[in-house]
Design a protein around this ligand. Structure first.
Ligand SMILES: Cc1cc2nc3c(=O)[nH]c(=O)nc-3n(C[C@H](O)[C@H](O)[C@H](O)COP(=O)(O)OP(=O)(O)OC[C@H]3O[C@@H](n4cnc5c(N)ncnc54)[C@H](O)[C@@H]3O)c2cc1C
Ligand code: SF4
Length: 562
């Protein structure tokens, strides 16, 4: 294969964005993605046959194949071992990729073109300005034009109001919080979720159209499968939930300059010493996940966008220079769940109907932001997932202890059956804590237990006392909102600390990379994923900020090297 201008490793939240931006500048970009590509004619049976080698043409995208794969079935999509959106190779006969955890919990990521955004809820808030201005080598003001560009491209809209959002707003108002009408959050308040989801389909209440017909039209149908991978839309580039495989990947292909190789795991970055430039990245060693065949590929610049666990793993497995912050400072937005169960008669005057129906609408359509503490967000997934989040995950076991006058811990037996019977009258709130960076948290590699791609990542994470204090305050705020909305019972799930969903900051800007995301120690090596985020953004969901920074990095790469 000829030498490329740029190689991007990983086609997820950040990788697809930087590839599209550089492709638009006329650079030849090769994306190496370890996982499968759903919805591409080159891989008609992506989990059972090796299929083609690469794709660079927008006409290869096929919405029929996409819908066959994104089938909305909870277990089929979410199962960590066999589900389509798992962390592992395309071939289902092979197990998921291994990681070692030093604490209870699990890392929730998925491989494939689109990366973990295939799963994500598309919540796209900006970082809190104070969290950038206080610590980053960039100001919030400098990021705003890049936020605006990504918000227009995805596009980002404020989520519509269904019952669960309405009930949340009712409780929040009664608890004394104000509505925020801004994207730049500087004071506490509640607001509709800024979401990368297309506006509702204009016909979705029109009885002349069946559900099947609506699913082939443009616009969200409020059907609430977002977390399973949204299959609603007339073509791959018009799917309602704007994961990068349906937003930035089609845009990248349309530049005519971007080629993507799925099923291609990068396991080593090749460097050489240059008399003028010093140590610089020149290529990547890869392994085909179907055939096991290894190869070397070369480019003028290498961009790593493999996610906040695999990017430091790749650095460490490539024996790049020692930097005490590589893999360190992992931030994990301490999450938790608080659930209110309501009586039908109390819901009627608030909602005009007797049920919350949490599964209807965007999975997460409303939020309350509290700079200095974090955020809380409504969440309504399908009943099985919801039961695990709310009643099965608690680290305090089935103790049913009381804290702040609310029930805490796991629910089982007769009570679980009763609560699942009340599923339609429940409102779930996800806690998302502003997590403090601590150099002791992070990723190293276990050389004694390699898999086929090299030593595996070992992850350790213990939240700081300050982080846990903030989490407790957010739990209290969420419980208060539910009680103000007249919940008859409130349950705090008490998630383990190691539930990793917003994984960031393992290759921090200002410590491992400079403000243009180029490595301090290896020239022409850039990073474009969540790992470059300097801190936890105040608790804002990270992807939009990663994408805004990726747009800025593309600009800087082009200016400096082309
Ligand atoms: C259930 C769920 C809900 C979420 N909801 C939200 C939300 O609403 N809003 C939000 O902002 N965030 C959300 N997130 C987090 C969001 O998904 C991540 O912030 C985002 O995907 C991170 O982007 P990334 O580029 O860092 O990594 P990823 O998107 O994980 O992409 C990394 C890609 O690199 C590939 N890769 C890894 N290693 C290699 C290698 N060595 N060689 C080649 N390829 C490799 C992987 O297969 C993957 O495709 C959610 C996450 C989960 C699990
Ligand atoms: S609610 Fe979610 S799954 Fe349903 S159409 Fe909208 S974005 Fe897609």
């Amino acid at each position: 294969m000829q030498k490329q201008d740029v190689i991007v490793i990983g086609a997820g939240g950040g990788g697809a964005v930087i590839a599209k931006e550089l492709g638009e500048q006329g650079l030849h970009v090769l994306i190496l993605e370890a996982g499968p590509w759903y919805g591409n004619k080159m891989w008609p049976h992506p989990n059972t046959e090796a299929g083609g080698v690469s794709s660079r043409c927008p006409n290869d995208l096929d919405v029929g194949l996409f819908k066959e794969n994104y089938n909305r079935l909870e277990n089929n999509m979410n199962n960590q071992i066999t589900g389509k959106l798992r962390w592992g190779p395309a071939n289902r006969e092979h197990p998921p990729w291994n990681r070692s955890y030093q604490q209870r919990g699990f890392v929730w990521q998925n491989s494939g073109v689109g990366g973990t955004t295939q799963h994500y809820l598309a919540n796209s808030p900006r970082a809190f300005p104070a969290s950038i201005d206080s610590e980053w080598p960039l100001t919030y003001h400098e990021l705003v034009p890049y936020y605006e560009k990504v918000e227009a491209e995805l596009p980002v809209e404020f989520a519509p109001t269904t019952s669960k959002e309405e009930l949340f707003y009712f409780g929040a108002r009664k608890a004394g919080w104000d509505l925020l009408a801004t994207l730049n959050v500087e004071a506490p308040g509640f607001r509709p979720q800024p979401n990368a989801i297309l506006p509702p389909n204009a016909n979705f209440l029109n009885p002349a159209y069946s559900e099947e017909q609506l699913s082939w039209m443009e616009g969200c149908t409020l059907a609430g499968h977002c977390i399973n991978g949204c299959p609603i839309g007339p073509s791959v580039d018009k799917i309602a939930k704007r994961s990068t495989n349906v937003s930035y990947v089609p845009l990248a292909l349309k530049t005519g300059n971007v080629e993507i190789l799925p099923n291609t795991f990068s396991y080593n970055i090749i460097t050489e010493y240059h008399p003028e430039e010093g140590l610089k990245a020149i290529g990547v060693k890869v392994r085909n996940t179907w055939t096991g065949v290894r190869d070397e590929l070369f480019a003028d610049c290498i961009i790593v966008a493999a996610g906040a666990i695999e990017t430091p793993r790749l650095w460490l497995n490539s024996s790049l220079p020692v930097n005490q912050w590589v893999g360190r400072g992992l931030v994990n937005h301490q999450m938790d769940m608080v659930t209110g169960i309501f009586n039908e008669k109390d819901l009627l005057p608030i909602l005009g109907c007797s049920e919350v129906n949490p599964f209807v609408g965007h999975t997460s359509g409303a939020r309350l932001d509290h700079p200095g503490l974090g955020s809380i967000q409504t969440i309504g997934t399908s009943p099985g997932l919801m039961a695990s989040f709310t009643y099965a995950l608690g680290k305090s076991g089935a103790t049913q202890s009381e804290q702040y006058g609310i029930q805490k811990g796991r629910v089982m037996g007769k009570e679980l059956i009763e609560l699942m019977g009340d599923y339609k009258s429940s409102l779930n709130i996800l806690i998302c804590t502003d997590d403090e960076v601590d150099i002791r948290n992070g990723v190293s590699v276990l050389t004694e237990t390699p898999d086929e791609n090299g030593p595996i990542p070992s992850i350790r994470y213990t939240p700081t006392t300050n982080t846990l204090r903030k989490k407790r305050k957010l739990v209290k705020i969420a419980a208060d909102i539910l009680l103000q909305a007249r919940a008859r019972k409130v349950i705090h799930s008490d998630w383990p600390d190691g539930m990793m969903i917003h994984i960031m900051s393992t290759m921090r800007m200002g410590y491992v990379v400079d403000q243009n995301c180029e490595s301090f120690q290896v020239n022409r090596l850039f990073i474009a994923d969540n790992s470059v985020l300097n801190n936890g953004l105040g608790s804002a969901n990270p992807t939009l900020t990663t994408q805004a920074i990726a747009v800025r990095t593309a600009e800087q790469i082009y200016k400096k090297y082309f």
